[in-house]
Design a protein around this ligand. Structure first.
Ligand code: SF4
Ligand code: FES
Length: 236
C-alpha cells in the first residue's frame, strides 16, 4: 500500500526492508538529511536516480532498489567517514557491524565529542522555541554548542537535545535532584502526587502558567477528572 506524502525511507521501512539511516528517523519532527547513508536507487517515469531516501517523497509508481554495487560502495565510504567523526558511538559501531563495514585506517579520527553535525539536537531545541543551540566554528572545528561554549540563558535544561541525538553524545546527568547539561545545573521537578521525575524547574515555568499544578500526565488526568465542572465539555 502506498501512503501519500510518505518518504521513501518510511515506505521502505514500513514494507519491512532495511536501509541504513542515521540522521533521520520515521516520525522525527525535522530532518536535515545530511548523513547521506540512506541512499537508494529510484526509477520514476523512466528516469533512474540515486536519492537520499529520508528526503525523497515516494510515489505509487516508483520503483525502489535499496542495494546496488554503487550504492553499497558509497554507503561504505559514508559510514567510514561517520566513524571518523564518532568512533566511540555505540550506534555507529552497531551500524558498521550490521552493514559488515570496517573502519578505513586512512581516514583520520576526529578528536572531541562524537558528532555527525546532523543538527537533530538543534532542531529539537528550536522545536520547543528555546533556540539555545547552533553550529559554531568553521571547517573541521565546526560543532554544535551553546553560544561561546558557556552557560546560556536560553537553555532551560529540558533535555530534548540529548533525546534527539542519534549518537547519544550530549553529556547530561540527573543526580540528587539536579540535571547537569550544557555547562549548567538545573533543579529537577517531581510530580506532586506520585513523585515521578518531570522536567527542570526552569522548563516547567516556561511551559506552564503560574501556579499550574506540578503533575505527571497520569496524575494530571486524574486531577482534571476530579476538578471537572458539570458543564465542562470534556470527553472521557
Ligand atoms: S550532537 Fe548529536 S544530534 Fe547534535 S548534531 Fe551532533 S550528532 Fe547530531
Ligand atoms: S538518514 Fe537520510 S540523509 Fe541521513
Amino acid at each position: 500500500m502506498w501512503l501519500f506524502g510518505e518518504t521513501v525511507l518510511d515506505a521502505v521501512l514500513r514494507a519491512g526492508e532495511y536501509v541504513p539511516h542515521m540522521c533521520s528517523d520515521p516520525g522525527f519532527m525535522t530532518n536535515d538529511s545530511c548523513c547521506r547513508l540512506c541512499m537508494v536507487q529510484v526509477t520514476l517515469d523512466g528516469r533512474t536516480s540515486v536519492v537520499s531516501a529520508c528526503s525523497a517523497i515516494s510515489d505509487e509508481d516508483m520503483e525502489i532498489v535499496t542495494s546496488t554495487p554503487e550504492i553499497e560502495k558509497a554507503r561504505e565510504t559514508v559510514l567510514q567517514m561517520i566513524y571518523a567523526e564518532a568512533n566511540s558511538s555505540r550506534s555507529v559501531l552497531e551500524l558498521m557491524d550490521r552493514c559488515g563495514i570496517k573502519p578505513d585506517e586512512r581516514i583520520p579520527i576526529k578528536e572531541g565529542r562524537d558528532c555527525i553535525l546532523c543538527r537533530r539536537c538543534r532542531n529539537a531545541c528550536n522545536y520547543w522555541i528555546h533556540g539555545a543551540l547552533d553550529s559554531m566554528g568553521r571547517g573541521v572545528h565546526r560543532e554544535i554548542n551553546v553560544p561561546y561554549g558557556t552557560a546560556s540563558e536560553e537553555c532551560l535544561g529540558c533535555g530534548s537535545c540529548a533525546l534527539a541525538c542519534p549518537l547519544d553524545s550530549i553529556e547530561h546527568e540527573d543526580k540528587s535532584g539536579i540535571r547537569s547539561i550544557w555547562y549548567k545545573e538545573f533543579p529537577l521537578l517531581y510530580c506532586s502526587e506520585c513523585g515521578k521525575q518531570l522536567t527542570t524547574e526552569d522548563n516547567f515555568k516556561d511551559a506552564y502558567y503560574k501556579d499550574a499544578p506540578v503533575l505527571c500526565n497520569e496524575c494530571s488526568e486524574e486531577y482534571r477528572k476530579k476538578n471537572r465542572k458539570d458543564n465542562d465539555l470534556y470527553c472521557d
